[in-house]
Ligand binder design. Structure first.
Ligand code: PRT
Ligand code: ZN
Length: 225
């Protein structure tokens, strides 16, 4: 469990969600002294510490109570939960809110020259992805017997490199698929950034602070509509 009585929030250090996380905290009135190299940023006006880490570490930090809150893409959260459940580890978090940034979809794609394909085409094929648990659950639900090839980066080049027949990757504009000559198929998961909480957090001061921040978050989200 988090050892301090300051509320600990995990956000992505550098990447697609970092700027939006920082501006959201600012809109919530949390003043931070952010220095690029620092792992922890202490708020100067509230008992809040912001931990800046890789996005993949955020679900585990919140599930284990090292951090009280976290902001992470649903894609990363769902994959981490499935991975933990497989290993018999605790995987629970409380989802406090979906956020208005980080939208993307996890979708199947294959070489454009093959033309449109139905689900049965995937039987016996190799599919490269960074999200093996989400993909395996999908394949199981669809009764597709395919081999999952795990790649942590450059998934879109896997078919061209002969590493896989198809991919299952995040898409936002579709430009990466197009640039790599891939055709987009079914969406397996739609994802936004979300705010998560450790479900067993019991400190009353921290709970009171969260209760102060949540209506502000609602206000920020409504102002955007
Ligand atoms: O270093 P760290 O591990 O923290 O970061 P990361 O490199 O793993 O993640 P990062 O910063 O790339 O993305 C963080 C989160 O942003 C993801 O987990 C998603 O929740 C969200 N997000 C939103 C995206 C995208 N949109 C997205 N388009 N994450 C990745 N992409 C990639 C995708 O993998 C593909 O390579 O962008 C490319 C496709 O984009 P389009 O616009 O060409 O379709
Ligand atoms: Zn990552």
């Amino acid at each position: 469990m988090s050892s301090t009585n300051r509320l600990r929030i995990a956000i992505q250090k550098s990447g697609r969600l970092s700027k939006d996380c920082q501006s959201l905290l600012k809109q919530l009135g949390v003043k931070l002294n952010l220095r690029e190299e620092r792992l922890i940023a202490h708020s100067t006006n509230m008992p809040i510490d912001v931990l800046r880490v890789r996005d993949d570490d955020i679900p585990g930090l919140v599930m284990d109570g090292v951090c009280d809150l976290g902001i992470v893409g649903e894609n990363v959260l769902v994959e981490a939960q499935a991975e933990r459940l497989k290993g018999g580890q605790p995987a629970e978090v409380e989802k406090l809110s979906s956020l208005d940034f980080g939208y993307c979809r996890l979708a199947l794609a294959w070489p454009q020259e093959l033309g449109p394909q139905s689900k049965s085409w995937f039987q016996g094929k190799r599919i490269a992805t960074t999200y093996p648990q989400i993909l395996k659950n999908y394949l199981k639900a669809e009764n597709i017997n395919a081999q999952v090839v795990v790649l942590t980066g450059s998934v879109e080049v896997a078919p061209r490199a002969g590493l896989a027949d198809a991919i299952c990757d995040l898409v936002s504009t579709g430009a990466t698929l197009e640039a790599n000559g891939l055709m987009q198929g079914d969406t397996i998961l739609e994802s936004n950034a979300c705010l998560i909480k450790n479900p067993t957090m019991s400190c009353p001061d921290k709970a009171a602070l969260i209760n102060k921040l949540l209506p502000r978050l609602k206000g920020v989200r409504q102002a955007k509509e």
